[in-house]
Design a protein around this ligand. Structure first.
Ligand SMILES: Nc1ncnc2c1ncn2[C@@H]1O[C@H](COP(=O)(O)OP(=O)(O)OP(=O)(O)O)[C@@H](O)[C@H]1O
Length: 261
């Protein structure tokens, strides 16, 4: 094992690439094509296409019931799809069961956080690493503690005692413990006071330096677009706008519908 492998500078399983490797690496990490999904007679996704490139923060914004969670759950494999395809790292994973997508590199911090309240913060974090067999788990734990110092301070205490914002940090930290190539985040700002929203977004933005690729789903469009490279807008199961995040923030229709401007 090389020195570099013993002490990597990143949390992500995607190692920093040298120039030669970079030119060979697939640029598109996640490619969703014409995806459809239904709950009985309700068609929640009506042919959604989008992609996420390696190293990007991409956000999907939209109002209540637009289909954001359904799309994320389809990508992580817990929501059945009725048509279209999901390609991850050049492999069609549309039929891959959810439990095989995590070791393939798709990590999710779910809506509602799903923290195990009676377990300690550290045990919650370690649950994120349960599929791993490498020797970098302690190293990653340390990185998560550096990112969210409150989790370190309270690591032996029950997770149920954390505030909403801290639980959100724990949920993101736990997802990172799986060393995802792609981190899926479902409404991390939900229910948080504005100051905590800023903190969480700052932490998400800093993941870019850790070479983690992020797909962030948010109702809080302004907050999400302010840290994203690119964005998509979804309305009643269809993508209605897309582009680089700065352009979307300046788009009149988007501003009117989602930014309250
Ligand atoms: N379990 C379910 N059973 C039936 N319909 C559902 C179910 N979950 C979602 N839906 C419907 O599917 C559509 C998309 O919902 P989804 O939760 O994906 O939207 P969303 O954009 O994530 O909204 P929110 O921000 O409110 O979570 C909505 O019409 C919703 O009512």
């Amino acid at each position: 094992m090389t020195d570099h492998m013993q002490k990597p500078e990143i949390i992500s399983a995607e190692p920093p690439l040298n120039a030669a490797e970079q030119s060979k690496a697939p640029k598109v990490l996640l490619d969703v094509k014409d995806l459809t999904s239904s709950y009985g007679r309700i068609q929640a996704l009506k042919g959604v296409s989008l992609h996420v490139n390696v190293g990007e923060i991409v956000t999907l914004v939209g109002g209540n019931g637009a289909g954001k969670t359904t799309l994320l759950r389809s990508i992580s494999g817990v929501q059945p799809i009725t048509g279209g395809s999901i390609t991850f790292r050049d492999k069609d994973i549309s039929a891959l069961p959810a439990h095989k997508r995590v070791p393939n590199g798709i990590g999710q911090s779910p809506e509602g956080r799903q923290i195990f309240g009676p377990l300690s913060i550290e045990d919650n974090l370690m649950l994120g690493a349960y599929t791993r067999k490498d020797d970098l788990i302690d190293y990653d734990l340390d990185r998560v503690y550096k990112m969210f110092s409150i989790l370190k301070e309270r690591r032996k205490t029950a997770a149920g005692g954390l505030s909403g914002g801290q639980q959100q940090m724990l949920a993101i930290g736990r997802a990172l413990m799986a060393r995802p190539r792609l981190l899926l985040l479902d409404e991390p700002s939900m229910g948080l006071a504005p100051i905590l929203v800023d903190q969480i977004l700052e932490a998400i933005a800093s993941l870019k330096e850790e070479a983690v690729t992020v797909f962030l789903v948010e109702q809080n469009a302004f907050a999400a677009l302010s840290i994203a490279d690119r964005g998509y807008v979804i309305e009643t199961g269809k993508i209605t706008a897309s582009g680089n995040a700065k352009d979307l923030m300046e788009d009149d229709a988007v501003r009117e519908a989602y930014l309250g401007v």
